[in-house]
Design a protein around this ligand. Sequence first.
Ligand SMILES: Nc1ncnc2c1ncn2[C@@H]1O[C@H](COP(=O)(O)OP(=O)(O)OP(=O)(O)O)[C@@H](O)[C@H]1O
Ligand SMILES: [Mg+2]
Length: 146
Amino acid sequence: MGTCGVGKTHLSVAILRELIEKKGVPCLFYEFGSLMKEIQNSYSPVSQTSELTVLAPVMEAEVLVLDELGAAEPTDWVRDTMMQVINARYNDKKLTIFTTNYADTRRTPAEETLEDRIGARLRSRLYEMCKTVMIEGEDFRRRFDS
Ligand SMILES: Nc1ncnc2c1ncn2[C@@H]1O[C@H](COP(=O)(O)OP(=O)(O)OP(=O)(O)O)[C@@H](O)[C@H]1O
Ligand SMILES: [Mg+2]
């Protein structure tokens, strides 16, 4: 968890690379919004892939990074699909690394929490699946601003 540019994606990718290169662990990386789009595109009649072709590797990967959890607009369909994917990994006790810009507490009354974005049932599962790492710091991208 952390605000933008603190290095969440960078660290997650570093973990995956180490697992793949040094230990040969089958890993997968997905940015959450892209995963939702790929699943949606698979419904199109001209699509070469089926929903299951997209979902199976996501459910089966030994280690999965789901980057930017909560970033996709939380429609009913997005919530149901997120639940399907994450619940499958929860039931199989598979390791998943999530990153998110959303926190559990609001800093301003208007700010949305992770629970607002992904729903209470999913947030509850994540407490059991994950250890929370709060990353605090400056936006690394600002160092390019001179
Ligand atoms: N420890 C680090 N040392 C040097 N550069 C870093 C480090 N961590 C991140 N960076 C660089 O800083 C930039 C932002 O990092 P990253 O994309 O991981 O942030 P993020 O937390 O995922 O942000 P967002 O919430 O916007 O997705 C990238 O260019 C990344 O390569
Ligand atoms: Mg990121």
